[in-house]
Design a protein around this ligand. Structure first.
Ligand code: GSH
Length: 289
């Protein structure tokens, strides 16, 4: 048997270190999800990547910036960016961290085989050199773990409180927006369910002692949770006006929520990533009707 060269030892050391770091990342994600009571999809690890159609690693212990491609839902034309709030969330994190990436709106027909076979074709999918992650929460935490500036995940009691305040908002909003016709009994029930969630968020944002505009703790730190919520609130804002005939007076009934929405919509990372605009949001959401 040929002895291992220095290069091989370096590679093995790099692979071992990287495995340890990736596993630390996965444990952090699991810990975070357990703390906020969420389950997660199984992301790739160095050991299962080969099975998932990706090449084995040869680089150093920690991932480097660059070489990132984000596969996202396309708009109606099949080429421009679609209205996916989960993809928008990931893009906001990338922009907050100043990370460069290639954006690939991808139709079902154009999905690469490794994405279809290894990841069920799920999007958003972040390919980072020889690794791939799917599920917006997992991607966001991957980015925050390895590219720490600015640090955007906040742990502990304050994070749990903020997560609880937004829990169930998106499903309630989606059920209301997808329902037709507007104004029937079922529609009113779905509106009431959404308003319950808005009230919970209103109370959270109106708590005494908050000094900043954002969701977690005193509201001073812009966090992953804000990146996750901003596109979902944007979808609600557009759909209430353009699809549901303005049934909820946000400014009058939920002023703190309205103020929060205006604040996060004005954020540069949101502005830079909301190019799909209201028309695409309406197209996306009316496709369920
Ligand atoms: N739980 C997933 C949801 C992702 C999702 O629903 N993506 C949809 C659009 S919002 C999508 O990309 N659909 C197009 C496709 O899968 O081809 C996440 O957080 O990433």
């Amino acid at each position: 048997m040929r002895p291992l060269s220095c290069h091989s030892y370096g590679f093995l050391l790099g692979l071992t270190l990287r495995t340890i770091i990736c596993n630390a990342f996965l444990l952090t994600v699991r810990d975070y999800n357990t703390k906020i009571g969420r389950t997660m999809a199984s992301p790739s690890t160095p050991f299962n990547m080969a099975r998932r159609g990706l090449e084995t690693l040869e680089e150093g212990a920690t991932p480097l910036p660059g070489g990132m491609t984000l596969y996202v839902k396309p708009a109606q034309d099949g080429k421009s960016v679609g209205d996916c709030p989960f993809a928008h969330f990931v893009r906001m994190v990338l922009h907050e961290k100043g990370l460069e990436y290639e954006l690939l709106p991808t139709t079902q027909e154009n999905k690469p085989n490794w994405l279809l076979e290894g990841y069920g074709g799920k999007m958003p999918a972040l390919r980072h050199r020889r690794e791939c992650y799917v599920d917006s929460d997992v991607i966001a935490q991957y980015l925050d773990f390895f590219f720490q500036e600015p640090k955007m995940s906040i742990m502990g009691k304050e994070a749990t409180e903020a997560s609880t305040a937004v829990d169930g908002f998106f499903p309630a909003m989606a059920k209301f927006v997808k329902h037709t016709p507007n104004g029937d009994e079922e529609d009113k029930e779905k509106q009431a369910a959404l308003e319950e969630k808005l009230q919970k968020l209103e109370e959270h944002l109106s708590q005494r002692g908050r000094t900043g505009p954002y969701l977690v703790g005193d509201g001073e730190q812009f966090a992953l949770l804000d990146c996750s919520m901003a596109p979902k609130l944007y979808a609600m804002d557009v759909c209430l006006e353009k699809i549901k005939d303005n049934p909820i007076d946000l400014k009058g009934k939920y002023p703190a929520v309205r103020k929060y929405m205006d604040e996060v919509f004005a954020r540069q990372s949101f502005q830079d990533t909301a190019e799909y605009g209201p028309e695409t949001v309406v197209w996306g959401w009316t496709s369920y009707h």
